[in-house]
Design a protein around this ligand. Structure first.
Ligand SMILES: Cc1cc2nc3c(=O)[nH]c(=O)nc-3n(C[C@H](O)[C@H](O)[C@H](O)COP(=O)(O)OP(=O)(O)OC[C@H]3O[C@@H](n4cnc5c(N)ncnc54)[C@H](O)[C@@H]3O)c2cc1C
Length: 290
């Protein structure tokens, strides 16, 4: 299959990229690593006359840290994240999660912004960012910027909360995880994950003070179910096993699932139950038993 012909425009800045997108409208798309976009074009699912290359925009290609946290430009590749010394020391769990995305070929060109903008339900980073309360910086016309939480950004499969002339400029991770830790696990039978679960847990006075369980790659969008988190808060060593069972039960009944090539609803409920209990146990025990 050949990619239909198109014209490539190299954006020099965020404003330039948004201007080009506004000018060409529906007949254009941002082009980052191209790992999803070119596939979609090869399959004939979209026919675009103009691609806007955003990889050479400096603001989109840098990683920095300030008092509020880590800022990762949307066009930073997975490989650059894996090799970044600040992220390796400050956010080892994030780097570990990124190292498990796809394969080396995809990670060498694929970008974090491209993953989130494509809004595939099977996304490791979207699940992780939900658990740590990550945020996205969105740029639009006239230099406008808004910061939005990861929660709510994916409104449906392949549906990011982005207007036509908006783009993801950066992804923000909280600087430190407020004394807690995050554990991310996935199960993959083919190329993309069948389930991803990320759990943030914090403890004080031998009790869980905060728990956030994000479940992705199995439902329509990655989600956090408030009742699941509540059922873990206040857990102690003595009550942990019972609370974990409750949390897993609630997650597996509350989540909306569907039959598809990856399995039946019953099978998926079983996966949710198993992974929520397992990953939440790993996260909570790491902070509770230390
Ligand atoms: C073989 C394979 C295995 C994979 N396995 C995994 C996996 O295990 N886990 C996982 O999470 N993902 C997986 N993926 C998905 C992978 O993470 C994405 O393909 C990649 O991150 C997309 O980034 P990109 O830069 O190539 O995006 P592109 O293909 O360049 O763009 C994708 C879409 O996003 C838009 N876009 C890109 N950047 C922006 C921006 N800054 N603002 C607004 N819109 C933008 C583009 O216009 C396009 O519509 C896999 C993909 C492949 C091909």
């Amino acid at each position: 299959m050949l990619v239909p012909s198109f014209e490539m425009h190299v954006a020099k800045s965020v404003e330039d990229a948004i201007k080009l997108r506004s000018e060409f409208g529906d007949d254009s798309s941002f082009y980052a690593g191209g790992t999803e976009l070119l596939l979609v074009m090869k399959l004939g699912l979209t026919d675009l006359a103009h691609l806007i290359d955003i990889k050479h925009v400096e603001e989109l290609s840098s990683i920095s840290i300030d008092e509020s946290g880590v800022r990762i430009g949307a066009a930073v590749t997975y490989r650059e994240i894996e090799n970044n010394p600040i992220l390796k020391s400050d956010h080892p769990e994030f780097v570990q999660m990124i190292s498990g995305v796809a394969n080396l070929r995809v990670r060498s060109v694929g970008t974090l912004g491209g993953n989130l903008a494509f809004a595939d339900p099977a996304s490791d980073p979207a699940t992780f960012l939900l658990a740590v309360k990550g945020e996205l910086e969105i740029g639009s016309v006239n230099g406008k910027r808004r910061l939005v939480p990861m929660a709510g950004f994916q409104t449906g499969p392949y549906q990011p909360d982005l207007a036509e002339n908006e783009m993801i400029v950066s992804i923000r991770l909280p600087r430190n995880l407020a004394g807690g830790i995050v554990v991310h696990e996935r199960m993959k039978l083919k190329e993309r994950p069948n389930i991803t679960v990320a759990v943030f847990a914090a403890v004080a006075n031998d009790k869980v003070t905060e728990a956030r369980v994000a479940i992705g790659s199995i439902g329509l969008v990655p989600i956090c179910i408030p009742e699941v988190n509540k059922s873990l808060e206040g857990a102690s060593r003595a009550t942990l096993s019972e609370r974990l069972r409750q949390a897993a039960e609630i997650a597996s009944t509350e989540i909306t699932l569907f039959d598809d090539a990856n399995g039946s609803v019953d099978y998926k409920r079983h996966l949710v139950k198993h992974f929520v209990e397992k990953v939440a146990r790993r996260a909570i025990e790491a902070v509770l038993l230390n």
